[in-house]
Design a protein around this ligand. Sequence first.
Ligand SMILES: [Zn+2]
Ligand SMILES: [Zn+2]
Length: 635
Amino acid sequence: MTPLEELRHSASHILATAILRIFPDAKLDIGPPTDTGFYYDIDLDHKLTADDLVKIEAEMKKVADENQPFLRKEVSREEAIEIIQSRGQERYKLGRLADIPEGEKISFYQNGEFMDLCAGTHVRYSSKLKAFKLLSIAGAYHRGDEKNKQLQRIYGTAFPTKEELAQYLERQEQAKARDHRKLGKELKLFHIDEDVGQGLILWTPNGSIIRQELQDFIGGELRKQGYSQVFTPHIGKLELYKTSGHFPYYKESQFSPVIENESLAKVLKENCSCAEVFARLDAVSSHLASQVNARTGKETITADRVKPDDQLLDGFMLKPMNCPHHIKIFASQPHSYRDLPVRLAEFGTVYRWEQSGELNGMTRVRGFTQDDAHLFCTEEQVAAEVLGCLSLVKIVLATLGMADYRVRVGLRDPDSNKYTGEAANWDKAEAACRAAAQTLGVPFTEEPGEAAFYGPKIDFVVKDVIGREWQLGTVQVDYNLPVRFDLSYIGADNQPHRPVMIHRAPFGSMERFCGVLIEHFGGDFPAWLAPEQVRLVPISDKVNDYSRALLAKLRAENIRATLDEHSDKLGAKIRRAELDKVPYTLVIGQKEAEANSVSVRSRARGDEGVITADAYLAKLKSEIATRALPEKKKE
Ligand SMILES: [Zn+2]
Ligand SMILES: [Zn+2]
């Protein structure tokens, strides 16, 4: 254990000590350290409350102050059973004892009156615990198995100093306030509806603006870098993914093939309108048919009335990856070495079957749109193309104020043979990634075993303003798919050669990236991203005409502005704009109307005084065009 883990694990012993003092009937299970603290699982008839946590924490302080030494005692299996029985802790501890293989040492650790079966290690004295806090109670099944009894898990954290603990707690509070699920609701950015399905993001108008602005920004940078935009469908034939190797590799996380029925395939092939698809879906399922008929009153078209189409009998699936579609676009034309690299970009939506327990707001979803692109290049171009991908990331992250990031270079696990492709090609690809990462000028680590099955990769991990790390997207070199799809280009020697492919989705998905951005900005988006950029707040009805004219003028200049014509007081209107986190509130009174001016309140910088409407508009337009970050008021 690291010293910090040792400290936190010792805190869990002290937690158990305190629990048994207050609840002598409690049956203990286990109490390991975690990445952020520690917990102890206990079985107790009394349902613990927040008040209980306060009491337990106070008792823990006493135990710590008693300066109890942690004493190790090695025992035989028989002695261990006796100790456990004498303490009435047979229910879980005997099972935990049985987990220890024969021949391995069995040890207990004692502090004060408490003794726990444990391999260690611990701090030497309980007084080492100077900064700890109990945080929450959750249910946890014994051994994580739903068939077992649900225990009460008490979470806590501990740090070497009070300052570090205070910092951690402060950061937790900030994180809570920034939670994208909370802000997403308050600012009406996205919605998840049970009837549509868990993990499927419905982008509401406000969130859609943010996504569109981001896509326009990233798309613009891609054009500068010589990418070509493509569009491809949401499904593909199962066979295609067998060729690519995504099936069965991703079988566990894929939606099952959507269309195995020729009639539905025909419906889709004929590209009919939604209404027709619905009316004809009843050919597929009688259950659906009765529902559709009940609603539409239309006649059922049965499967035998739709002619089977041999071409479409294989089954289709929702695409888990965009690569095969892009490969087919590349392969649709002959290429000379002079055409390379070919860079095909698409904000491509893919679907993966995540377990419902793993879904989380926008950051873990079942359908998402990758900022995807596939580059087809020569061996010699790989290093430069990887570098190009990284420079794009640099520009985008800098614009969003996420300058603090690191990269991880995922390499092969030298002891595994799960990888496809030749070793010599792998060596080259790994060297190219390493070299590109080195030139980036940010910290990077090499991580053996973290490569994809088809090639090495570079991952981006950004740190947000409150210091949390977020894994974003990847750049992956791929020597495998060009072989599987038998891709080629004609070289300078007039002979066919195999191109190398690079997959890249540096920001991962629009869903995840927007989720991260909501938390990064805490909902306070820079003007260019803000769903509502300006709110006009007239002081009285008398200035309505001026306010409406100004609104029209702003909108004509493509500014997202609204006018608050509610009859409530000025203070209430300003508060509402604050709650909606609108970057600029323009207060308009008689004086402003007469002078063709506005009184500007910036969310980032506070009151900015009165300026002419034209001067304000010019300033705002430049702020948006340069995608400026909100500049905090100078002290
Ligand atoms: Zn221990
Ligand atoms: Zn790909």
